[in-house]
Design a protein around this ligand. Structure first.
Ligand code: CA
Length: 409
């Protein structure tokens, strides 16, 4: 389904957050190799490829012996949520009092190991804990599907065969190395362990920090913390920096200054009237930041730094990245967001979104097809329509906007 297409979208299914896991940044590709061969025959081809890549034949005999396609995995892959999640609903799902409380407990319990990891990789404990909370609820939800069966099913299926064939080969590689048991379980899309690493991320970034020869993302806290921190560090995490902050914008703030593409120094934002929430000055300096409005111009504004962009390499959803940052803040005592949530926020259904896209296209704004998913192209089309209509051009889809497009408002 369209999880991939929802990247950087304001509306995104929670499943994309909780299921796909770290490193799930498969590019969209039009042409996937066809895999019309029956499963067992197709699996024989995988075996040959894995063998040619240096994985032992004996190991492959054992590992692939029981691998069967899993019907439920395909159903989950095709699932289409009826309603989109609004910014606030998304945040409520991701961050609740129980998750904050448990996160604080886990930070206290694992304080020493988190600090060792932070010193080594330059990723602060609160961020490691926040990813942990969002990915697996601190290790309580690491998935119930056999990883080999799940990724083999998706690799044999034609929708994302190339991406998942690479996942399957990476899974076999880490299993052959002894990091992971062949019968290990993960998400329906093959994300594994406490930080839900997909096989290629596991292969590339997991760390054996306790020195037992295995990279264990289930049972070894040193390994799992170091692996998450290593992945972030190698994705550009800036040590000593936070992710961003909620800010207040001056009256008359030009919406064209918002968005990830517009980068200015902190002093430039200060000069434009952007202030810390409550009115205080921004930190001094020439560090680069962007103003983003994930819930539109009437919602909260965030000034985001380099580390926010690094979170986006872990998961491309702008809401996921806000959730990680905000949960990290909450774990060390910060309060809820200061911007008031609207009294009645209406979630758009897929049918509404399709209608919006169709109407935009009819007016000459290319919304990237009418698939019912708010992606970057739809947001850009909305922004252009709003600009032309002298509306605040925040690119944010609302029921009011849809009514206006329908000519009923
Ligand atoms: Ca280990």
């Amino acid at each position: 389904m369209a999880f991939f297409d929802m990247s950087r979208s304001t509306f995104i299914s929670m499943a994309a957050v909780l299921v796909l896991g770290a490193g799930f940044t498969a590019p969209l590709s039009a042409a996937e190799p066809s895999s019309s061969a029956p499963f067992s025959q197709w699996l024989e081809g995988v075996r040959k490829e894995a063998s040619a890549a240096g994985i032992s034949g004996n190991f492959l005999d054992v590992a692939l012996a029981g691998v069967q396609p899993i019907k439920r995995v395909i159903e989950l892959d095709r699932r289409q949520p009826e309603f989109t999640l609004t910014f606030w609903k998304y945040l409520d799902n991701a961050i609740n009092p129980a998750r904050i409380r448990r996160g604080r407990e886990m930070m206290a319990k694992h304080q020493k190991q988190l600090q060792v990891t932070a010193r080594r990789y330059g990723v602060q404990p609160r961020f490691i804990a926040a990813f942990w909370g969002l990915e697996s609820n601190y290790g309580t939800h690491t998935g119930v599907f056999p990883v080999l069966g799940a990724v083999a099913t998706l690799a044999h299926d034609k929708r994302r065969s190339r991406f998942f064939r690479a996942q399957l080969l990476a899974a076999l590689t880490i299993m052959n190395r002894g990091d992971v048991n062949i019968r290990v379980k993960g998400s329906w899309a093959g994300a594994m362990g406490n930080f839900q690493f997909i096989p290629t991320t596991y292969k590339g970034f997991a760390v054996d920090a306790d020195g037992d020869g295995k990279r264990d993302m289930w049972n070894s806290y040193p390994d799992m913390f170091a692996s998450a921190a290593n992945y972030l560090s190698r994705s550009g995490w800036r040590s000593g920096w936070t992710w961003g902050r909620e800010v207040q914008l001056p009256k008359g703030f030009k919406l064209e200054h918002s968005g990830l593409k517009i980068r200015k120094s902190l002093s430039q934002w200060q000069a434009l009237g952007v202030r810390a929430i409550g009115g205080g000055r921004l930190p001094n300096g020439d560090a680069e930041a962007s103003v983003i409005l994930p819930a539109g111009y009437s919602g909260p504004a965030f000034l985001i730094y380099k580390n926010y962009r690094t979170i986006l390499t872990w998961n491309r959803s702008i809401l996921y990245a806000i959730a990680v940052g905000h949960l990290a803040d909450r774990l060390v005592g910060a309060g809820p967001l200061k911007t008031k949530r609207p009294a009645n926020e209406v979630a758009l259904s897929r049918v509404d979104v399709k209608d919006m896209q169709r109407l935009l296209a009819a007016l000459g704004y290319d919304a990237g097809g009418s698939d019912g998913v708010i992606g970057p192209m739809t947001r850009t089309a909305i922004k252009a329509f709003q600009h032309k209509s002298l509306l605040p051009a925040d690119g944010y889809p609302t029921m009011g906007l849809l009514e206006r497009l329908r000519g009923t408002k």
